[in-house]
Design a protein around this ligand. Structure first.
Ligand SMILES: Cc1cc2nc3c(=O)[nH]c(=O)nc-3n(C[C@H](O)[C@H](O)[C@H](O)COP(=O)(O)OP(=O)(O)OC[C@H]3O[C@@H](n4cnc5c(N)ncnc54)[C@H](O)[C@@H]3O)c2cc1C
Length: 601
């Protein structure tokens, strides 16, 4: 496994130089504490923790995995101690409200720490990551008593949390779920049912686990309109707020899976467990949606994490591995062969990984800024605008970043040749670990339907315009700058085309609803490439400005500019294929009858 170095320089480039986070924090009521010094100290300390404490456990986690017995789940060696240090360092409380024991710092600062944690060891990071989901639900919808009983313990890191949605017969279609909650005379509920694939459902890192569970009340209407949300703790809180009676929820087994071995994926049995309603009855899914954007950005981040790890491993190997000579003649004549980084195809792979890692980082932190504004701005119109933009960007970030993260992880393995396929180098683990991100928190297909159907067409294109207006302003402002024309002109064309294609699909969809599903994934990938084109153009702008004033880090900024050129020349043309495919209509997908697929077999 290549030694992990937190990509602090690039994180700072994106946050400070590209997106001006210092000004953003000054403009937020919750941002006052996030002065540049504080942010720097947190990033440095977070980087040290990730490099020294959790990155060394990444391989151990993969090799040992978790083990299940009647008495519970044991996590891999070192995981528990690392979690203890994480809690001692105050990391779980970073971006939570002071009144619940948090440090009151903006959500986007938590994202930066989560990025580094995810890169160092994704499977380990899922334990505190799932707890964040539970905390967000409780902060948004819990009563004051529920917050006092559960949220403060989660914020301190003493307890962790889960999100229990999936059941054996229902994943994407939560309307099918069967877990039941029977009201009791004391105001609590008896929750019964089986949940599967529950990440961090059982483990030995913390003394208690707070499950956030979707279930149906006895009088619930069928489908998604009859789902309610419950807190079901492993141990009920005692009179003193600490651990009380053991609740009737248990882990029946754990899954044996392709990757993220260090994270326990559990079958959870609720056998009349005591639960407490959160939010109004039958409004469980609405409650979930309020923080879904943040949860999905958390998974988007996984794509970035695997691309970053692929890059760090591949670049080191490509500089050291000697094979063949450059086509134009030896580049290292003193050596028996040239390092493979001289070969155009190896450069194609390295630059593709780099373009995805750095481009997706820009998309992530741009979206995280919208999370801050949507949550903390005191101006209602500003909050609504950020929410609209975030709603549009979230499915793109979730699906595009995880799809390209997987591609980057695969290319990272490819750079190593056959050695990439061997465990020792860590590239095959990175590829295996990256695959799940395209599935959980809504598959790519489902994100694509959300984007094109719910977010774009149902708002008559308003959410798309919220982003294309930003791109348009950028293109207009920089149209006359000689050094940027190579970026601005194709970007402006793409931006116009984006609207035109949307209109065409909208018209087709009025004749046949299947057109939306048929176009959706190509539309989403097109949108992802278009978003990154904007960010790469803007990164090129910053790099040119820095180079023009004679920055001391000329090589860093030149590399940005060169990667931007690579992105526009070699990656952006992929949009052409997506346009053709999405405008080809539903016919070629729907003609073949379901029963005729395997004729001739
Ligand atoms: C390792 C792991 C960890 C997980 N962690 C959690 C967790 O912590 N909590 C939790 O609740 N769940 C968790 N999940 C479950 C995960 O969220 C689901 O697996 C996922 O939502 C997909 O559901 P499914 O597996 O039932 O697939 P299905 O819903 O059966 O989908 C099968 C295929 O059909 C496609 N499909 C379905 N409906 C449509 C449609 N309308 N249009 C187009 N395509 C469609 C899907 O895209 C997919 O390709 C986890 C899963 C795994 C493997």
């Amino acid at each position: 496994m290549p030694e992990f170095k937190a990509p602090l320089r690039d994180i700072r480039f994106v946050r400070d130089e590209l997106l001006d986070y210092p000004a953003h924090y000054r403009s937020l009521p919750a941002g006052g504490e996030a002065t540049p010094d504080v942010v720097d100290a947190i990033l440095e300390e977070g980087a040290r923790f990730c490099e020294e404490v959790i990155a060394p456990l990444n391989r151990v986690g993969d090799l040992e995995g978790c083990s299940w017995s009647e008495s519970g789940v044991k996590t891999p060696s070192g995981f528990k101690e690392a979690y203890r240090r994480y809690v001692e360092g105050g990391w779980p409380s970073l971006a939570h409200a002071v009144e619940h024991g948090g440090q009151g710092l903006p959500e986007s600062l938590g994202v930066a720490v989560t990025e580094m944690v995810g890169e160092a060891n994704w499977a380990w990071g899922m334990y505190p990551g799932l707890a964040q989901g539970a905390m967000n639900t409780l902060s948004a919808h819990g009563t004051e008593e529920q917050k006092a009983a559960y949220l403060t313990r989660l914020v301190s890191g003493e307890w962790t949390g889960t999100m229990c949605l999936t059941e054996p017969h229902c994943g994407t279609d939560l309307g099918l779920l069967r877990t039941r909650a029977e009201p009791q005379a004391d105001g609590s509920y008896r929750v019964s049912g089986t949940k599967i694939f529950i990440s961090a459902g059982e483990h030995d890192l913390a003394e208690n686990i707070v499950h956030i569970v979707l279930a149906r009340l006895p009088d619930a209407p069928p489908g998604t309109k009859g789902i309610s949300l419950f807190i079901v703790p492993k141990f009920l809180p005692g009179a003193d707020g600490g651990l009380g009676e053991r609740n009737r929820v248990s882990c029946g087994s754990i899954e044996h899976k392709m990757g993220i071995h260090g994270n326990a994926t559990c079958v959870m049995n609720f056998d009349g467990a005591t639960g407490f309603l959160i939010g109004p009855p039958h409004k469980g899914l609405n409650c979930m949606f309020t923080f879904m954007n943040t949860a999905r950005l958390g998974t988007a981040l996984q794509g970035l994490a695997h691309a970053e790890v692929a890059f760090q491993g591949a670049i080191r190997y490509a500089r050291e591995r000697l094979q063949m000579r450059a086509l134009s003649g030896p580049k290292a004549p003193e050596l028996p062969a040239d390092p493979i980084i001289v070969h155009p195809d190896v450069r194609r792979m390295l630059l593709t990984i780099k373009a995805f890692a750095e481009g997706n980082r820009a998309l992530l932190y741009f979206s995280a800024k919208q999370v801050d504004i949507a949550r903390y701005s005191q101006d209602a119109a500003e909050r609504a605008a950020a929410d609209l933009l975030l709603g549009f960007l979230t499915p793109i970030a979730k699906a595009f970043m995880t799809e390209t993260g997987f591609e980057a992880a695969s290319l990272g393995l490819q750079v190593y040749g056959g050695h990439g396929y061997i465990r020792e180098w860590g590239m095959e683990q990175n590829l295996r670990d990256s695959r799940i991100a395209m599935l959980y928190e809504g598959t790519t297909g489902v994100q694509a339907l959300d984007l094109l159907g719910r977010k774009v067409l149902m708002t008559q294109g308003e959410s798309l315009k919220a982003f294309t207006r930003i791109v348009h302003r950028f293109c207009t402002a920089h149209a006359e700058e000689e050094g940027l024309k190579a970026f601005v002109e194709p970007l402006a064309r793409l931006n116009r085309e984006w609207g035109e294609i949307t209109l065409k699909i909208g018209v087709q969809a009025m004749q046949d609803r299947e057109e939306v599903g048929a176009a959706a994934v190509d539309y989403l990938m097109y949108s992802g490439y278009a978003c990154l084109a904007y960010f790469w153009a803007d990164m090129a702008r910053v790099a040119q400005e820095r180079l023009a004033v004679g920055s001391g880090e000329a090589a860093f900024y030149r590399a940005k500019l060169q990667t931007a050129r690579f992105y526009f020349a070699r990656i952006l043309p992929r949009t052409r294929g997506h346009v053709e495919a999405m405008l080809a209509g539903a016919g070629p997908l729907m003609e073949l009858a379901a029963e005729d697929f395997d004729l001739g077999y």
